[in-house]
Write a protein that binds this ligand. Structure first.
Ligand SMILES: *Cc1c(COP(=O)(O)O)cnc(C)c1O
Length: 393
């Protein structure tokens, strides 16, 4: 065996020792509120990003099948050579229209979208100012560009303002934030960010992966929820969460920005076109997100009910209105044990411990869906109630 292999194995052993080794649950069924895992049997799923309940839906399976028949399996090309079909252009148009932006551009994933933005738009005489809790794909994307990098404490507008002052000489200043911080379920302070962006002549970029399709009165995301629509310059998001749950990402922005990305954004230029069946089904998902307002309302109602009931039981949760509910256990060992006990009771939730969340802030992240019935929620709440006895808080 080559010596490097032994060293990789050592890293893995270390992860196992520290309780950081992630085991994958294999699922036997479609995605949904009720799933069956190979190891744990049937359970209620409270850890998917399936906010609108579309991931396993018959409607999207049908739309994807029709897309498959109409457009074929794949394009064997990047977009600019021979990989653009009408369905891709339609989806870009619909995304731009839905989010109220001039234009949109598709990527294979939002990870790729975020990976391809900064290096393309910002050069070494520019500045990028990033929230410390931003998603890994933003962090990686920022790393790839030569702009001067600034980081501010989560949602801390004083620190953001200091960064902007320090970056006054930069040719372009870009503030970038997650719309929703996924470990806490809280929204970015977009009012504060947009106010400072105006004051210091900066661009604003929001990654709304955990909001697109369901946050805000019409599901247009955190800019709508925060009342700053029209003031966000770049909106990225995924088709892999509420909007169907398969894959794909997008950037919505003013035309010159989208045009420049099409010319020079590396993941767009050098990675294969999104499968047309997914583009077709994503169009359907977008249509459903707009037409079926009951899904958003049900999700909101589920979120309200669950948050209020779990707090009544004395659990400490991070205050918000988002369907990501962070239930704090503080100690990693407690959070891990709690998740195991929940699974034994047929409730699938995940624990998150350091380094994914700060040390001493271990938690269980519950994610609600429009697919959950009141009975599903009560079963999860009952499991938490029993847990309260077993894992001292
Ligand atoms: C999930 C997520 C992504 C990644 O999206 P993919 O399309 O799965 O690559 C990017 N940013 C944020 C904020 C996310 O939550």
């Amino acid at each position: 065996m080559k010596t490097a292999y032994r060293q990789f194995q050592n890293v893995l052993d270390q992860l196992k020792q520290e309780g950081l080794y992630k085991e994958e649950q294999q699922i036997r069924t479609r995605q949904g509120s009720k799933i069956e895992t190979v190891e744990g049997g049937g359970c209620l799923n409270f850890c998917a990003n399936n906010y609108l309940g579309l991931a396993g839906s018959e409607e999207l399976v049908e739309a994807a099948k029709e897309g498959l028949d109409r457009w074929g399996y794949g394009l064997s090309s990047v977009r600019f050579i021979c990989g653009t079909q009408e369905v891709h252009k339609q989806l870009e148009k619909s995304l731009a229209a839905f989010f109220g932006m001039e234009d949109a551009i598709l990527y294979s994933s939002c990870f790729d979208a975020n990976g391809g933005i900064f290096e393309c738009l910002l050069k070494d005489d520019c500045a990028v100012i990033s929230d410390e809790l931003n998603h890994a794909s933003i962090i990686d994307g920022v790393r790839l560009c030569k702009a001067k990098k600034y980081r501010y404490k989560n949602n801390n507008m004083e620190e953001l303002e200091k960064c902007l002052q320090e970056a006054q000489d930069a040719r372009i200043r870009l503030i970038v934030t997650d719309g929703v911080f996924s470990m806490d379920g809280i929204l970015a302070d977009l009012q504060g960010i947009c106010r400072l962006a105006d004051q210091y002549d900066a661009l604003v970029m929001v990654d709304d992966s955990h909001a697109a399709g369901f946050v805000g009165k019409n599901g247009r995301g955190t800019p709508e929820a925060c009342g700053v629509e029209g003031r966000v310059d770049i909106l990225t998001g995924t088709l892999g969460k509420a909007l169907g749950g398969a894959s794909g990402g997008y950037v919505c922005a003013a035309r010159p920005i989208v045009d420049l990305l099409r010319q020079q954004s590396r993941p767009y230029l050098f990675s294969n076109t999104l499968a047309p069946s997914i583009a077709a089904a994503s169009l359907k998902a977008l249509e459903i997100a707009q037409k079926d307002s009951w899904r958003r309302e049900k999700l909101e109602e589920n979120t309200r009910y669950f948050r209020s009931e779990i707090q009544k039981m004395g659990f400490e949760v991070i205050e918000s209105t988002h369907p990501i509910v962070a239930v704090l256990f503080y100690e990693a060992e407690k959070a891990n044990r709690a998740a195991d006990i929940m699974m034994q009771q047929g409730i699938y939730v995940r624990s998150f411990v350091y380094p994914v969340v700060p040390k001493g802030k271990a938690r269980i992240r519950v994610q609600l869906s429009a697919a959950h019935s009141r009975e599903d929620l009560d079963r999860a709440l009952n499991a938490f109630r029993q847990l309260a006895g077993e894992v001292a808080r």
